[in-house]
Write a protein that binds this ligand. Structure first.
Ligand SMILES: [Zn+2]
Length: 106
């Protein structure tokens, strides 16, 4: 068994917290919630998704939407703000029926 970090995500149906494991970060057995999870941990959060809720049996995963970066240019530097929207979604990753994502890989 390797090391990983844990992110506690509430079930969208009954609100029971489920543990999502990620190897995207430093893997120091840290515990996070969706409010404080670092980006690198978040990037791997669906490695075991969908998660089945131990309470109600619903399957769900965490969907991260990258919004377009806001770029502001100053005299000698460029500021790039990347915003993410995190949603907890019922279902399996990759079966987006309402797909309005434009996923640019960058
Ligand atoms: Zn549940």
């Amino acid at each position: 068994m390797g090391m990983f970090d844990s992110v506690y995500v509430p079930c969208p149906k009954c609100n029971t917290e489920a543990e999502f494991q990620s190897k995207g970060g430093d893997c120091c057995l840290e515990n996070y919630t969706l409010k404080d999870v670092p980006n690198n941990v978040l990037s791997d959060i669906n490695r075991h998704s969908p998660k089945v809720c131990s309470e109600c049996g619903e399957s769900f995963y965490v969907k991260v939407k990258q919004e377009k970066p806001a770029i502001r240019q100053y005299d000698n530097f460029i500021e790039r703000t990347i915003r993410q929207r995190i949603e907890v979604v019922i279902g399996k990753p990759n079966d987006d029926s309402d797909d309005d994502d434009e996923e640019d890989d960058w």
